[in-house]
Ligand binder design. Structure first.
Ligand code: PLP
Length: 444
């Protein structure tokens, strides 16, 4: 312990750090966690006291291989020392390698543009869809998150719509299917998502000015509370798009690169989108995104003069990281591991549901799971406060999880550990979660 440390109970409380943070940092979202993170490794981040905190959100749902994975560290060092960034019109080997590798993994999506962030990839996808279809109307789910920039923010409905002036003209919305809280029901009480989809598109057709360009969707709406599109939904959605001459854009920022137990989530459904965007997981924590489309759509876009020219397009450093991510995922069988570890985690969460009345629902697949906290199991009344308390108890006990709060839903924990998570780390997380729920309930 150094000299300074002796003056506070915890090194996380260092006054100079927090004074500077409070004075100089812009507050861009929910409150900052009250710890100082010094380093991270594998499934854990370590605070200023050296305390290990199990990271069940893989950073911002991105550190697919855990933190500071040795292969990523080696690639960054190697590539940084040869070439990291170039004039945007220059090509390098990692860029062409990554494009070819991605295309081989997603037959029918042969053309790839490498960018930086999720929002940016969705900007490019939406821009391309507008140019190719000649339309401008973009339909999205009412619980979506596609990013914080112009067109992506206009297609984001789960948060942040108020106070920023008009969204892009032609921003249309439909409800996402929610099996736990169905709006349309089959006679047996299950979700009649087809009736809901038909009804929604009837409204889209009434609102549209005849300029539909694309539907943008997450295969599992993450910020929307881990709402999984049921089997058959994507095919039905694609049909709705085709009937109207719209493109289907799938945003696989969180679901891509193995997390759901398929390389890409859409592969479960056998429905290839017209455009797919990848980000978060592709760079495993470094800023890398890809926009993938068919040769046909790319050709049409090219003929119409497609322009999406950015400073970091086709940069070799993040591309080399992307190649390493794909190498490690294949070498270590991480797609299969996402299924096995995901099953273990889901079984554990389901047993928490048996044990605690406040666990209303457990959902998701692979290693992208959700646990909805309710105040009342029978009425399904939202349990926001209890959820927030559970989250606080968890971080005190060394588990970091993220809770989303959306109107009409309980607080939903999004649980997305790294694909490299071990069985014992999963068990540890479940144990801490159980203790946290117990303690939060007692504090009621
Ligand atoms: C599905 C999805 N798309 C896009 C984004 C935006 O990505 P970024 O924050 O990298 O711009 C996010 C971020 O949370 C996301 O979850």
């Amino acid at each position: 312990m150094d000299k300074l440390a002796k003056n506070f109970a915890s090194l996380n409380d260092e006054p100079a750090f927090w004074e500077a943070a409070n004075k100089h940092l812009t507050r861009y979202g929910p409150a900052f966690e009250e710890i100082i993170v010094e380093r991270a490794e594998g499934s854990f981040v370590y605070d200023a006291d050296g305390r290990a905190i199990l990271d069940f959100t893989s950073g911002q749902m991105s550190a697919l291989l855990g933190h500071t994975h040795p292969d990523i560290v080696a690639t960054v060092n190697r590539q940084m020392a040869s070439v990291a960034h170039l004039f945007s019109g220059m090509l390098s080997r990692p860029v062409v390698d990554l494009a070819a590798r991605l295309a081989a993994l997603a037959p029918g999506l042969d053309r790839v543009q490498l960018l930086t962030t999720g929002a940016e990839s969705n900007e490019a996808a939406i821009r391309m869809a507008k140019l190719v279809t000649g339309g401008h109307e973009i339909v999205a789910f009412a619980q979506s998150w596609h990013g914080m920039t112009g067109a992506a923010a206009s297609a984001t409905y789960s948060a942040g719509r108020r106070g920023y002036g008009p969204a892009t003209a032609g921003s249309l919305v439909i409800p996402a299917p929610n099996a736990y809280r169905p709006r349309f029901k089959n006679p047996d009480g299950s979700n009649d998502w087809q009736a809901e989809l038909d009804d929604a598109f009837e409204l889209i057709d009434r609102q549209s000015t005849g300029n539909l360009a694309a539907f943008i969707a997450e295969p599992i709406l993450s910020s929307g509370g881990i709402l999984e599109l049921p089997v058959g939904y994507l095919a039905a959605l694609k049909k709705k798009c085709e009937e109207r001459g719209m493109l289907l854009i799938l945003d696989e920022a969180q679901t891509g690169v193995g997390r759901t137990g398929h390389m890409f989530a859409f592969q479960r459904d056998g429905v290839t989108p017209d455009i797919m965007t990848l980000s978060k997981t592709l760079g495993a924590g470094l800023p890398l995104a890809a926009v993938m489309t068919s040769a046909e759509v790319e050709q049409k876009a090219f003929e119409r003069g497609f322009l999406f020219y950015t400073t970091h397009v086709s940069d070799p450093l993040p591309a080399a990281v992307g190649v390493t991510v794909l190498d490690v995922v294949a070498r270590d069988g991480l797609v299969e591991q996402a299924i096995a570890r995901g099953n273990r985690l889901k079984e554990g969460l389901l047993s928490l549901q048996q044990r605690f009345e406040c666990v209303g629902d457990v959902r998701g697949r692979g290693l992208l799971l959700g646990l909805e906290v309710v105040a009342d199991r029978h009425t399904k009344a939202p349990g926001f406060e209890l959820g927030a308390r559970i989250m606080q108890e968890a971080i005190l006990r060394g588990l970091s999880m993220n809770i989303v709060k959306l109107p009409g839903m309980g607080g939903v924990f999004r649980i997305a550990p790294a694909l490299t998570v071990s069985d014992s780390e999963i068990d540890l997380g479940l144990e801490i979660l159980a203790d946290s729920i117990e303690s939060a309930q007692l504090a009621r």
